[in-house]
Design a protein around this ligand. Structure first.
Ligand code: DAK
Length: 267
């Protein structure tokens, strides 16, 4: 599977792990409209590669040593006709929704500023690791804006209402250790150790039964939308489906036979 050539993104695949790098160094990887359109295409291509089995996981990061993504492109937004705000928000919302809806695992490697739309981007990933120099925040209140790419909805779900409201209402920028404390990221590492750690975790995930991984993600995401009784009923139904899969047979048989399981790449 080959990917389109992009101006503001880089994408590569090694050992079924796709790495998508937002690449606009001159603007600290801020997301302008062309970059969002490219992201949309790239995510559709990743989804197609996932369906074909050539990609099993996605890592999202930013180019350079200073920024993950420093937000939506403020210069572009300041020149946008005032009646185009909702359209721009829908573009971002569609792209970020497409990332969140990927069935494969998605990890953010936050290598610097993750502000505004950058923080919202990591919220679409399953989880994030951060470099010690990473900085996080939703500074839209400083610009007379609100989040336009899902922050008001995903941040409270991620870190809880109180921490989310402090970030959303004060626009405060927090460091990596504080992001770790409130649960915005899972691990903090020196910058040079960030990508190796993310790749190692992704490799671990890809060594597991793929259907178990994707169905766990699907059920956990549904838990935000469903009353618990319905979510538990869905878990039972999907457990039944998984239990009949070849990988369930292989995993349980391998345990009994005291050998490592050899899972298929079936999804
Ligand atoms: N957009 C455009 N350019 C940016 C940028 C951004 N978000 N962030 C940085 N840059 C550019 C700078 O303008 C500068 O460009 P030049 O002047 O060199 O041409 C270059 O990147 C380097 O930045 P600095 O010189 O400022 O670097 P410093 O180390 O001094 O400062 C900083 C780094 C990250 C603290 C600073 O650049 C900064 O505060 N940047 C803005 C961060 C920010 O506020 N981000 C949140 C953006 S708001 C919506 C849709 C979406 C959104 C809202 C509503 N609707 C449709 C309703 C989303 C909003 C946001 O994301």
């Amino acid at each position: 599977m080959s990917f389109s050539a992009f101006e503001n993104l880089q994408i590569s695949v090694t050992d079924r792990i796709a790495t998508l790098t937002v690449s606009r160094l001159k603007a600290l990887n801020a997301l302008n409209e062309p970059t969002l359109h490219e992201l949309h295409t790239a995510i559709a291509e990743v989804a197609a590669a996932a369906a074909a089995g050539t990609v099993g996981g996605l890592i999202i990061t930013g180019e350079g040593e200073k920024a993950f993504v420093a937000g939506a492109d403020i210069a572009m937004m300041s020149g946008l006709a005032s009646d185009r705000g909702e359209e721009f928000a829908h573009l971002g919302s569609d792209v970020f929704g497409a990332i969140e809806n990927l069935t494969i695992p998605v990890i953010a490697a936050v290598n610097g500023f993750a502000l505004g739309g950058g923080c919202e981007l990591l919220l679409c990933c399953d989880f994030a690791y951060a470099a010690t120099n990473a900085k996080f925040g939703q500074p839209e209140v400083n610009l007379g804006l609100i989040c336009g790419f899902g922050g008001t909805q995903r941040l409270p779900r991620k870190v809880g209402y109180g921490h989310a409201m402090e970030l959303l209402m004060t626009g405060t920028v927090i460091g990596a250790e504080e992001a770790l404390r409130i649960g915005l990221v899972n691990r903090v590492l020196p910058l040079e150790d960030l990508m190796p750690a993310v790749v190692k975790t992704m490799t671990t995930i890809l060594s597991k039964a793929p259907l178990s991984v994707t169905r766990s993600k699907q059920l956990a995401q549904r838990s935000f939308d469903l009353p618990i009784a319905e979510g538990l009923a869905e878990e039972c139904a999907i457990f039944g489906e998984i239990f009949a899969s070849p990988d369930a047979k292989e995993g349980t048989t391998a345990f009994v036979e005291k050998r490592p399981a050899i899972f298929s790449h079936q999804r």
